[in-house]
Design a protein around this ligand. Structure first.
Ligand SMILES: [Mg+2]
Length: 216
């Protein structure tokens, strides 16, 4: 009987310690903790756009899944993300249907209140038409926002050359690019409704801070 009790204790210990260690491995932070950790002097805060500050899945969903081309094909062709027409529509119109994330609003307001410079660095392609500056101005109350389109090239050089000290992103690749540019990486979580399933396998896995409740 004693043996069974000992085994039960061992089992409870193992389960508890495993649960604790998996919690400890992710460094969750609140907005207040982030704010308190920043240097007194203004910094340059860099932000990814899609799934970080904007829930832009509606436009991407249409782009990737529509049947509005000839004979029911995708109107942007077999590779919408390589289509200039798609990016013209995405940047120039579909962002009217993108929702600002509450966590993005709070982060940007916090950095604005400190007098930090804010820059948006997105892997989106640039396009002739773009309402992104207007949308970001309206949603996040930033006048004349600085937006860099890297056109799917690595963000590292843009993070470095703009002297970004802290970079917020949802994707694993955002964390990798921030780390290689010597910026402080902070993870914003994706909404469970996001249709982007790529580059999101290692949340907290780079030792980066993960903003609590940043899904919305
Ligand atoms: Mg993103």
């Amino acid at each position: 009987m004693t043996r069974y009790i000992r085994a039960a204790f061992l089992l409870v210990f193992l389960v508890t310690s495993t649960a604790c260690s998996s919690h400890q491995s992710i460094r969750y932070v609140t907005l207040d903790e982030l704010k308190a950790s920043l240097p007194a002097n203004p910094v340059v805060a860099g932000f990814d756009i899609d799934d970080t500050v904007l829930f832009s899945s509606p436009g991407f969903h249409y782009g990737m899944t529509n049947h509005d081309g000839p004979d029911g094909t995708n109107k942007y062709g077999p590779n919408p993300l390589g289509s200039a027409a798609f990016w013209n529509d995405m940047n120039g119109n579909f962002d009217n249907f993108s929702l600002p994330k509450e966590s993005g609003k709070a982060l940007i307001a916090m950095h604005s209140s400190r007098g930090d410079k804010i820059i948006f660095i997105t892997a989106r392609d640039s396009s002739k038409a773009s309402i992104l500056p207007k949308i970001i101005m309206q949603d996040f109350r930033i006048s004349a926002p600085d937006i860099v389109f890297t056109c799917n090239t690595p963000k590292k050089d843009f993070i470095s050359s703009n002297h970004v000290g802290i970079y917020y992103g949802d994707a694993d690749s955002d964390m990798e690019q921030a780390i290689s540019a010597n910026a402080r990486p902070v993870r914003v979580k994706r909404s469970p409704l996001s249709n982007n399933r790529t580059s999101y396998q290692k949340v907290g896995g780079y030792g980066e801070e993960v903003l609590i409740d940043s899904e919305n």
